[in-house]
Design a binder for this molecule. Structure first.
Ligand code: PLP
Length: 406
């Protein structure tokens, strides 16, 4: 009797052909090594503030161990609506316009699946967060990358968006403050993009998970611009601002019919976000602001340290204004992104992410997450400095000239 197809042959081709995340692939390697300082994974080094953990403990003591409604606790949706309105002046109805998700990750997946028909195009500024293109493909869509670079401060512009639109374009996916570059969008740029979205009838998925980690200038919430609430699916969550990555809670806010469509998929696949995490998130929004601000201040201090250190080392680095990533240009070392990250790990036990994990535009860069303790960060920067200077000693580096490098 034939043994039939192998498991590998049975896998959906869309999944089989999908490369594993460049971040995870690299960190599987790191996990096998000792004494590595990781500037790799984009995860706060802080533990979730105690009052948030305590709220969850109390909830468990009171027996909160069941499912919530599919849309999530109304109490949490109300707190989110209050937070968005307080910060950006845009009002969402907590009963019909907000869905609690299992992190922004699920919100993004639901939005893609609820919107895209096979072959629909999603515009993704690149370098981009690693899950955008795979989520688009899994939902049957086609990612279309818009290349951004240091020459325009890694900001996507209205002209770039307009030039990339085709009759199949449905969605523009924005992520500012940006992972991996730390770029933020200026208000005039966001306004011009909003005009293109209106004229070209685009829906905007706006991943604003780093909104509270904006160090310079303001964060412009896309849906707060005139006429944009109707066109935007706002995605946000608790992972970064409140150091709650492991709790898995986020939300999507948007048009009630679309939120209902997303809720349908959510109800059949996830049912609801964990009640423990939802209870903690309520506490984060009610009383978490002072702690959150303290963490943001710490990141900002580290940001300055990293930039100063790269400058002294001779690694040109675009100045990140948000999130907790620096994206130095490493071409002066004569190494590719993967070579740089691989050799730095081997020789100095510092883990960074090769820039090409974020798409072709990331080649020539590495991503360094400065969500590490000052002590670890200082040591990692010293080791990077040694590594880069050693390459110089071998005659591979050259001019630490800031101009003229990409
Ligand atoms: N969006 C961006 C831009 C991210 O950087 C991340 C995590 O690194 C996520 C979404 C995932 O967030 P969550 O933990 O809410 O699923």
């Amino acid at each position: 009797m034939s043994r039939g197809k192998s498991w590998a042959d049975r896998v959906n081709p869309a999944v089989r052909d999908m490369p594993p995340s460049g971040i995870r692939r690299f960190f599987d390697l790191v996990a096998e090594m000792k004494d590595v300082i990781s500037l790799g994974v984009g995860e706060p080094d802080f533990v979730t503030p105690w009052h948030i953990r305590e709220a969850c403990v109390y909830a468990l003591e009171r027996g909160y161990t069941m499912y919530t409604s599919n849309q999530g606790l109304l109490e949490l949706r109300e707190a989110i609506a209050g937070d968005i309105e307080g910060n950006y002046g845009v009002r969402y109805d907590p009963r019909s316009e907000i869905l609690i998700t299992v992190g922004v990750s699920e919100g993004l997946d639901l939005a893609m699946r609820a919107l895209l028909a096979p072959g629909d195009e999603v515009l993704i500024p690149e370098p981009s967060y690693v899950s955008y293109a795979p989520c688009t493909v899994l939902a049957g869509g086609r990612p279309v990358f818009i290349k951004t670079g240091v020459e325009n401060s890694f900001q996507v512009t209205a002209e770039m968006v307009d030039a990339a639109v085709t009759p199949r374009t449905r969605v523009l996916l924005l992520c500012y403050p940006n992972n991996p570059t730390g770029a933020v969008l200026e208000r005039a740029t966001v306004q011009a993009i909003a005009e293109v979205a209106r004229v070209r009838d685009l829906i905007v998925f706006s991943d604003e998970i780093y909104d509270k980690l904006t160090y310079e200038g303001e964060h412009v919430c896309f849906s707060s611009l005139p006429g944009m609430k109707e066109r935007t699916v706002l995605l946000n969550g608790f992972s970064k601002a409140y150091a709650m990555t492991g709790w898995r809670v986020g939300y999507a806010a948007g048009n009630p019919d679309f939120i209902a469509a997303m809720t349908k998929i959510h109800q059949y696949t996830m049912l609801c976000a964990p009640i423990t995490a939802q209870t903690a998130a309520v506490e984060a929004l009610r009383n978490g602001r002072p702690e959150m601000r303290r963490m943001v201040e710490q990141y900002n201090r580290r940001r300055h340290l990293v930039l100063r250190s790269f400058r002294e080392t001779g690694l040109p680095c675009f100045e990140p204004r948000g999130a907790f990533y620096a994206f130095p240009d490493i071409t002066v070392t004569g190494l590719s992104s993967e070579e740089f990250a691989g050799q730095l790990l081997k020789e100095e036990k510092v883990a960074v992410v090769p820039g090409n994990a974020f798409g072709e535009q990331g080649e020539g860069y590495v991503r360094c997450a400065y969500a590490a303790s000052l002590e670890d960060l200082s040591e990692a920067l010293k080791r990077m400095d040694r590594f880069v200077k050693r390459r110089a000693g071998r005659g591979r580096i050259l001019t630490a000239s800031f101009a003229g490098t990409k």
